[in-house]
Design a protein around this ligand. Sequence first.
Ligand code: NAP
Length: 272
Amino acid sequence: MLQNVRVAVIGMGKMGVTIAKALVQNQLVPPERVVGTTAHDKSAQRAHTETNVRVTTSNETAVANADIVILAVKPQTMFKLLQLLAPHMRSDQLVISLAAATAISKIENLLKEGTPVIRAMPNLPALVKQGMTVLCPGSHVQEMHIAQASAIFGAFGLVEVIDNEDHMDAVTALAGSGPAYGYIIIESLAEGGVKTGLPRSLATILAAQAMKGAASMVLETGEHPAKLKDMVTTPAGTTVDGIMALEEGSLRVALIKAVDAATAKSKEISKS
Ligand SMILES: NC(=O)c1ccc[n+]([C@@H]2O[C@H](COP(=O)([O-])OP(=O)(O)OC[C@H]3O[C@@H](n4cnc5c(N)ncnc54)[C@H](OP(=O)(O)O)[C@@H]3O)[C@@H](O)[C@H]2O)c1
């Protein structure tokens, strides 16, 4: 599906490099059909070494022959950049924007009438091929474009497609910020292990693998998390005492509030 397309990745930072690497390593697009850009020559050299694709500081040259343009610059850079780039772009190019809290209509308005735009929200575990990306199509997107974007982001994790762009704030708060909450949970569980005498390195591996295993069971069995929790919780066993301590510490409420607060912040940034 992607073998004959040319892809331009504008902004070869953490996400841009991850995407370019995934395209090439998964043999979705041959390296000579991928071009990346950075703001500085030194970063272009670094990104080229990491990905083996051509990386330039000329955005105009990069988009000129591209069929798919992936915008992976910071949201605050995006508008200035698009204003400069728009005259060099065509309405038959699929534009995929990674910019958080940036509405599709704002991007569409800067581009030629009819340009298909997809808003994508990936997350950091994409770096180890365990990403979660949510795609939201704009008004001119066709099935083929969704299939192409799904193939790109599917190269480093799961992909879900939603129609309602209003949900992108909650997606950002849950899937985008979620790994940060996960790291705090893993760090805290490991701290518990250290408190009871485990070496820190062992405690960290145990905590991380327990969370990874729990997550894999939810995804692979499709069971409700509460049912899986009950499978671990033997009557009068150890786990139920641990759960009681979690309930006393209001872990559930804290996590619900975390997603709620981050969603509110994303909405606030989107409006500004
Ligand atoms: N990181 C995440 O976990 C994550 C998750 C979801 C979405 N996102 C979104 O993904 C996008 C990229 O994030 P990131 O974390 O990958 O950022 P990053 O690591 O800071 O990379 C940004 C890249 O953009 C380049 N750049 C800046 N101005 C440019 C210009 N005018 N022309 C071409 N390239 C330019 C920078 O080049 P130099 O290095 O030369 O300055 C850098 O390579 C953001 O919109 C962010 O909201 C990120």
